[in-house]
Design a protein around this ligand. Structure first.
Ligand code: CP
Length: 335
């Protein structure tokens, strides 16, 4: 692996090796795999889990992490090639990425969609800019996908079912209500990793407008063909939940309304009943429930579900630490 930008860029053997190493690192907290090494963590957006787990993870393996917030404690950055820089940005990614590469061994980048034009956001310009100009490996800390979350989720499922072979498990990725239109990042990622691992996936969402971008639907179709899993879209809650082994929840705004959210709001408001509750979970095959967090209780999932033994969201969050240590160690080893 040169960078860790998307799980789809990794071979299945690389993903399996990362997950196996993460399980080992979970058993032995400290190591020297990053001794003398450093990572710059560039955050354009807030974080609780990603920042804490990367900083601690680097430290626990003997390395150093430096957190930067461009526009706050670091200079605002320009990403447009050929731009006449007469706006807010004080320096160009061409310099930023190359300078950081002289200081550190790894660069992590968090840059959420800007929510104005999906055709622009789907180009993932910030992450690609870092990957283009950096001479050290770049890690996606969540841009338009969240590959670290994918691995943490996969590890939590493997732990729950007691096997690394998840093929044949019935997996429901359910849309949930949220008062704001959220990005599709974690939904893209859940669809990608669940199909990659050969699960039988149902994408449950209110209407066809909530189906994900064709890139991720295409990755899922390709993964299903290779892994032997399956993928279907449903708008029927009872049908989707019945017999499920895994329920994974996320809220997202419908892509056709991207940047023009006012007409989407009444549709979203009419589907508050997509909340994950005890009655829906009772339809499942004693399913496990998870979410990437942060989660608004009693909006996306009830207290009863979040506090039930079925909920593995905290395990998944803990696993961020272990999988990211495996990712950092693999990238440093690969140089
Ligand atoms: N799930 C996740 O990435 O959490 P943070 O936004 O708190 O980092």
């Amino acid at each position: 692996m040169n960078h860790f930008l998307n799980t789809q860029d990794c071979t299945r053997a690389e993903l399996d090796a990362l997950l196996a190493h993460a399980a080992e690192l979970k058993r032995s907290k400290f190591g020297d795999q990053l001794k003398g090494k450093s990572i710059a963590l560039v955050f354009f957006n807030p974080s609780l889990r990603t920042r804490t787990s990367f900083e601690l993870g680097a430290q626990q393996l003997g390395g150093t992490a430096i957190v930067l917030a461009p526009g706050k404690d670091a200079w605002p950055i320009e990403f447009e090639v050929g731009s006449v820089m007469d706006g807010e940005a004080e320096e160009h990614i061409a310099e930023v990425a190359r300078v950081l590469s002289r200081y550190v061994d790894l660069i992590g980048v968090r840059a959420f969609p800007k929510f104005v034009d999906w055709q622009v956001d789907r180009e993932d310009r910030v992450l690609k800019g870092f990957a283009k100009y950096s001479t050290v490996p770049v890690i996606n800390l969540e841009t338009i996908t969240h590959p670290c979350q994918e691995l943490a989720h996969a590890l939590a499922l493997q732990e729950h079912f007691g096997t690394s072979d998840l093929r044949g498990k019935k997996y429901v990725l359910t849309w949930t209500y949220h008062p704001k239109p959220l990005n599709t990042v974690v939904a893209n990622s859940a669809l990608t990793i669940a199909t990659r691992l050969g699960l039988d996936v149902t994408l449950l969402c209110p209407t066809p407008d909530y189906v994900l971008d064709e890139r991720y639907m295409g990755w899922a179709a390709q993964n299903v063909a290779e892994s032997g899993g399956s993928l279907r879209i449903s708008h029927d809650i009872e049908d989707a939940y019945r017999g499920a082994d895994v329920v994974y929840a996320k809220s997202w705004g419908a892509l056709p309304y991207f940047g023009n959210w006012a007409p989407e709001k009444p549709i979203r408001d009419a589907h508050r009943h997509f909340i994950v509750d005890e009655a829906k979970m009772a339809l499942t095959n004693n399913a496990v429930f998870s979410h990437c967090l942060p989660l608004r209780r009693n909006i996306k999932a009830t207290d009863g579900v979040m506090d039930s033994p079925a909920c593995i969201a905290i395990e998944e969050a803990e696993n961020r630490l272990h999988v990211q240590k495996a990712i950092m160690a693999a990238l440093v080893r690969g140089r």
